[in-house]
Design a binder for this molecule. Structure first.
Ligand SMILES: [Mg+2]
Length: 165
């Protein structure tokens, strides 16, 4: 069985971070959400179900994070939510190709086939290979605290998982 890789977008897929002034101005009741203050005046909140999702996903895939924000900031956010150690590699803004994320770049870096890589993103168009990306609804602080989109997406992935195995 070859190893499979799952590339996860970060912002609005796994978490949401917003400036406090914005959350207060638009009355987002952020204090009702699990999360923490970070970078001085920001609130960082995990998408509901992120821990469960990662636990399940790790049974089938090696996880990779890919953000359009810098790698340094991305690492800090994932660390703040205690999920950093689940990822074998973190990609950031520095790794974009002509302003886009690329599965090809990851495949080349890891020396694996593109067929062994799947990705989830709330903005599939952020990838050069957008037709291969599984879209998830964006999640923001103020949205449902019962959101189950991550586990739902995982169920959509399961047919692949079976084909993979
Ligand atoms: Mg996103």
């Amino acid at each position: 069985m070859t190893e499979k890789f799952l590339v996860l977008d970060v912002d609005e897929t796994l978490l949401n971070i917003e400036p406090l002034f914005f959350l207060e101005k638009f009355k987002k009741n952020y204090k009702d959400y699990t999360g923490k203050l970070i970078f001085d005046k920001y609130y960082l909140s995990p998408r509901p179900g992120v821990d469960e999702f990662i636990r399940e996903a790790k049974k089938h895939f090696k996880l990779i994070a890919f953000s359009v924000v810098s790698k340094e900031i991305t690492v800090k956010k994932l660390k703040a939510l205690n999920i950093l150690d689940n990822f074998i590699k973190i990609y950031g803004k520095e790794d974009l190709q002509n302003g886009k994320k690329s599965l090809k770049k990851i495949a080349d870096d890891l020396n694996v086939s593109m067929n062994d890589i799947t990705a989830i993103d709330d903005i599939p168009e952020s990838f050069l290979e957008q037709e291969k990306i599984i879209k998830i609804k964006s999640w923001f602080i103020g949205d449902g605290r019962e959101d189950d989109a991550l586990m739902s997406v995982f169920k959509d992935l399961e047919p692949n998982v079976k084909v993979f195995s």
